[in-house]
Write a protein that binds this ligand. Structure first.
Ligand code: ATP
Length: 583
């Protein structure tokens, strides 16, 4: 398959912000993709060359791309950098510079999807002495063969910043449109609308694909199965060791409201303030994932040992909250205190002693070869009660009561908060486990105003003695279409020194490799770094693209365990804005 086909699709996707039109474009490219190229196209559509579960990184920095362009186009580095400053995007720079070498392209080989994909994978595998030169060589070779439009997207793919805006939901729907006649959307290009023959069947098909995605967390596996029909899709199952998207909770403001959603009686549990751990046990193998499904097994050797000692199952997938506590007093500590355990790659044994975590197991998804997602919650709880040998401060079951009574619930809430927890979870006794969904089977009731999880999209270099650091950060929420919308700037909350907590220089180190553009002291960065922010109030504001701004925002903690999917959405922000006004 020629890379031009994909580049044309990227270009069309970039031109429109309409979600249905995007779905249409992606579904067409999927229809046109031969089976043996499907893996490459699916990944390239997501702007990646490795599946999410693969930890390999492309490792291509902007500087390296500039060098490759210099070789391929014969321009000098300063010329290219000057153009980069003007255009703000190396993809556009590559497109413009390649215009001039049109003549050569006529005689050179046609770039294919396989060439771009394989070469980018090879770029990632270059390591050690001379690897930068090798990477430069490979990218410049691709550029020298590319048409201007192809060059634009080769460069953006290499930088892992496609800028064509394909949200996960778009790719999911496109798979249904491409492969299921039953899900024919009846898309009308002229007025960008759909009229499926049978709306119910259409929704069912989309839901089926979503469920398969939730179980595998892998578009590739799902697209391949869907291509062969519904039967293949239905065969997709949970597998121990494969991360599964976790079920999420809805939020309420009172005990009555919580019961209204989950029904009475309900199971009430402490809402611990730690971070989520999905633990996969397969015989003597234990793999631990965070909520964003990052593998953190190596960071928690003590957890692995405990699971092997205390979980009586051959294979299982457990859902838990890992909570930090003070080693001497045993008192729970907030998430901030243990957040460094997620990323730290050295002194792990020592850290396990100074920042210990207790596992609070609250759910199970899989047991000894059987998927237990569709068993009611009350039965799943019985399973964990049976298979877990509790050892306080190591591994315990989430503290639970079952009640239909408001007063008992309020008392349990106070007890939980008194012990340093965030509040309570209310759970529907009959609720099934829906991976990846924020369905109303699980409700959270918290004691205080929420910190908001947001992503950093820009920053500003400081001045004077802080001139080597970023000191102000532009933060954003997400739209339903996967766009990032600004909600203000934050500079307070960060520390001067690393020993004191999240510091300006640590943040600078995190953001520097993500810089996309720089104008004066302001930079824009790839949206990757998620932080929690406290605020006094949400206000309407024309200054930011979301239409809202936070009053007195303050950074509280880096959320290494969260991805941009987990940040606050515009809809949730609006809800919170109206709720706060009512109060
Ligand atoms: P929050 O910021 O309020 O924790 P969230 O966006 O992280 O919310 P939600 O799914 O909305 O995540 O809230 C539930 C979270 O609470 C879970 O992800 C889990 O990490 C945590 N939690 C703590 N105790 C429990 C419990 N007993 N049962 C389920 N989840 C729990």
């Amino acid at each position: 398959m020629d890379f031009t086909e994909l580049a044309n699709a990227y270009a069309e996707l970039e031109k429109t912000s309409k979600r249905l039109k995007k779905t249409y474009i992606v579904s067409n490219i999927l229809k046109d993709t031969p089976e043996k190229e499907l893996d490459k196209v699916i990944l390239l559509l997501q702007g990646r060359v490795f599946p999410q579960s693969d930890e390999r990184e492309l490792g291509v920095a902007s500087k390296l791309v500039v060098k490759a362009m210099a070789i391929a186009t014969g321009h000098t580095t300063p010329q290219i950098e000057d153009l980069w400053r003007k255009k703000g995007d190396l993809g556009l720079v590559a497109e413009q510079l390649c215009e001039k070498k049109k003549q050569n392209t006529l005689f050179s080989e046609q770039l294919t999807v396989a060439m771009v994909f394989n070469d980018l994978q090879k770029v990632a595998s270059q390591e050690g002495i001379g690897s930068t030169d090798q990477k430069v060589k490979m990218i410049s070779k691709l550029l020298s063969m590319a048409t201007p439009l192809e060059a634009k997207y080769v460069i953006r793919a290499a930088l892992q910043d496609l800028r064509v805006g394909i949200a996960e939901g778009t790719l999911r729907d496109a798979i249904a449109w491409a492969y299921f006649k039953e899900a024919d959307p009846g898309y009308d290009l002229s007025n960008d609308s759909i009229t499926p023959i049978n709306r119910e069947t259409y929704n069912e098909m989309i839901d089926m694909i979503q469920q398969a995605l939730n179980k595998t967390n892998d578009f590739l596996v799902v697209a391949k199965a869907a291509r062969h029909g519904i039967k293949e899709l239905e065969k997709i199952e949970l597998a121990v060791g494969n991360p599964v998207k976790v079920m999420l909770a809805q939020k309420v403001n009172s005990v009555e409201e919580a019961f209204d959603v989950v029904g009475r009686p309900a199971a009430l549990e402490y809402k611990y303030d730690g971070f989520r751990m999905q633990i996969n046990k397969n015989k003597n193998d234990v793999v631990i994932f965070t909520r964003r499904l990052e593998n953190v097994t190596d960071q928690f050797p003590e957890v692995k040992a405990r699971v092997l000692n205390c979980v009586k199952a051959d294979s299982c997938i457990l859902d838990c909250e890992a909570v930090g506590f003070e080693p001497k007093s045993g008192k729970y500590t907030p998430f901030q205190q243990i957040s460094q355990r997620i990323k730290r790659k050295y002194d792990i044994e020592k850290l396990a002693e100074t920042l210990p975590v207790e596992l609070n197991v609250f759910d199970i998804l899989y047991l000894d070869g059987e998927n237990v997602l569709s068993k009611p919650f009350i039965e799943r709880r019985k399973i964990i009660e049976k298979i877990i040998k509790e050892v306080p401060k190591e591994i315990v079951l989430a503290k639970q009561i079952i009640t239909d009574n408001d007063k008992a619930a309020s008392k349990f809430f106070d007890e939980s908060v008194g012990k340093g927890n965030e509040g309570l979870m209310f759970k529907n006794l009959q609720g099934v486990y829906k991976p990846g969904s924020r369905v109303g089977y699980m409700i959270k009731l918290k004691s205080s105003m929420d910190d908001l999880d947001v992503v950093i999209v820009g920053a500003e270099w400081g001045e004077g003695k802080r001139s080597g650091w970023f000191t102000s950060f532009t933060i954003a929420c997400r739209s339903d279409d996967g766009e990032f919308l600004e909600i203000g700037k934050v500079g307070t909350g960060l520390k001067e020194k690393r020993e004191e907590g999240l510091s300006f220089d640590e943040m600078t180190d995190l953001l520097k490799p993500l810089i996309k553009t720089q104008v004066g002291r302001d930079v824009t960065v790839k949206p990757k770094i998620v932080i929690s922010v406290k605020h006094e109030e949400i206000q309407k504001s024309p200054s930011y693209s979301s239409g809202f701004a936070l009053r007195f925002p303050r950074v509280t903690v880096l959320r290494d365990d969260r991805s941009t999917d987990d940040i606050i959405s515009l809809v949730e922000l609006e809800e919170q804005y109206f709720k706060q006004r009512k109060k």
